[in-house]
Structures are given as C-alpha cells and as structure tokens.
Design a binder for this molecule. Structure first.
Ligand code: FE2
Ligand code: FE2
Length: 271
C-alpha cells in the first residue's frame, strides 16, 4: 500500500496551486490513498465549509486539521454534520457533556485493493493554545480499544512544535503502527527514515504554501515584530512569488505491514 500525505494547504493562492497539482501527483506516484491537512486553508486559518468541500471534491480520502480547529466555527459545523464528512479531529481534545465534539477522532479508510488504514491524529500542547489529554496515554487507549482485525495498518499524525516529543512518540509506537509523522512548524525536516521495528518517521512534512515567506507571512510584516517586540503588528499573507508543494510518500509491505520506504516530495513552482 502506498499513501501520499499533503500537509497544510495554505490560503487562497495555495489552494489554487494544490488543486492544480493534486491529480497529477497522485497519478504520477500511484498512491492508493491520500490524506490532506487543511488547518490553514482559509486565509491561513482553519477551514470554512466552502474550502473543506473544495478539497473533498478532489476525491481525497481523508482530511485532517489541528490547532486551528475552531477558527471558523460555527461555519465549519455545516461540513462536519454532512454525511460522509472527510474531516477528523485531534483525538486527545478534552471533551465534556457541556462541550461535545461529535465528529470522528479516528477513521479507517480503505484503499482500492481493500487494505484498511487506520488514521489517528494526536496534538501536543507545548507552544499551543490548547490543553489536551496526554497524547501517549490517549494513543495507547485508542490502539487498545480498536481490534486489530478491523484494520491492516495505522498511521499517526502528531501535531507539535518540538522535535523531542515526535521522536518519543515514534519510538513509543515503533512496531505497533506503520508511520508517525510530525507537523506544525511549516519547515520540512531531513530525517525521514524507518525505525528498528519498521515504523516510518519524519519530524515535519512542511506545508503547501508560499515559498518566499516566513513560514507563510511576508517578511516585511513580521520584521516589525522581530525588531520591536510589539506583537500587535498585523501579519500579512505572502500572496506572490513561488509556491512550494510538499508531501510525504510512504510504502508499506502488504503482508508484513512494515514500512519499506519513506520519502519527501518537495518542489517549488511559480504561480
Ligand atoms: Fe499550520
Ligand atoms: Fe498547527
């Protein structure tokens, strides 16, 4: 089984770029399944229904999002309540009866060859604005609660700022899941490899957005903050120049369920 993962399609122009490139990349790399993150798709914020639907229409298999989950509530709730909604939420958000989060926190998706892939998202709270349940406890609880007869393999998306947590999580799950990949920093790391017990790992996939930017913003707009320490200066989206497409291509042996290959796809293009 081969899975293609796109992280973080960023804002208006980059939606356009992704829509233009997606089918070609999926065909070129002969991916069985495709997972796409859209946490910054609406002007750099969480998705509005219209944008979630736009990516859904491309026949992606699953969409994820993260710390920007509530940016466009209640609008996005329209999409969430749709039958066959393709979005899942972080599994370790704290929920209560007074604040229910009704949508799925994991999903099993099926490839054309009927291989079943369990996808789980976990969030960490260092440098984030959320309090979450301990991700290590939560991932154990989830994996213990789903019978292995229900899926063939599992990937875990770990959204966090620091590198140590990602390596901790990947080694914790080594041999139990097929892939642990990190996201959030908008910078790709050069460490894709396979661990001792055949779990694939990469610390960060990067984003699909403006290449000539400070992780998506114009340098001019963030410069004032760096020079003055005043955080109220408005940060502006970079809307011109090259865009960068980033994805992760991962192969799994269909009989042993081991990760056999993990590689970055990364290229820039002029809009
Ligand atoms: Fe992001
Ligand atoms: Fe994020």
């Amino acid at each position: 089984m081969r899975v293609l993962i796109f992280w973080d399609i960023y804002g208006r122009l980059w939606r356009k770029a992704f829509i233009k490139e997606y089918q070609d990349l999926k065909e070129k790399h002969q991916a069985d399944l495709c997972v796409v993150n859209i946490e910054n798709i609406t002007s750099g914020r969480g998705p509005a229904t219209v944008h979630a639907q736009m990516i859904d229409n491309l026949w992606v298999d699953l969409m994820t999002w993260w710390d920007h989950i509530f940016d466009n509530m209640p609008d996005i709730a329209t999409y969430f309540w749709k039958e066959n909604c393709k979005l899942i939420r972080p599994a370790n958000f704290i929920v209560s009866d007074k604040f229910p989060l009704p949508w799925d926190w994991y999903r099993i998706i099926t490839s054309p060859s009927w291989k079943r892939l369990l996808v789980i998202q976990i969030l960490w709270e260092v440098f984030m604005n959320h309090k979450v349940e301990n991700p290590f406890h939560k991932i154990t609880e989830i994996l213990d609660s789903i019978s292995q007869s229900e899926y063939d393999s599992c990937i875990v998306e770990f959204h966090r700022e620091t590198t140590a947590e990602l390596y901790g999580m990947a080694n914790y799950l080594d041999g139990r899941v097929w892939l642990v990949y990190g996201t959030h920093t908008h910078i790709q790391t050069n460490d894709a490899h396979v661990l001792a017990w055949w779990t694939g790992i990469i610390t960060d996939i990067w984003m699909n957005g403006p290449f000539e930017s400070v992780i998506w913003a114009t340098f001019e707009s963030v410069e004032k903050r760096f020079l003055s320490w005043i955080s109220k200066w408005k940060i502006m989206q970079q809307l011109k120049g090259k865009y960068i497409i980033n994805a992760l291509l991962v192969d799994m042996d269909d009989t042993t369920w081991k990760c056999t290959n993990i590689e970055n796809i990364s290229f820039t293009w002029k809009l």
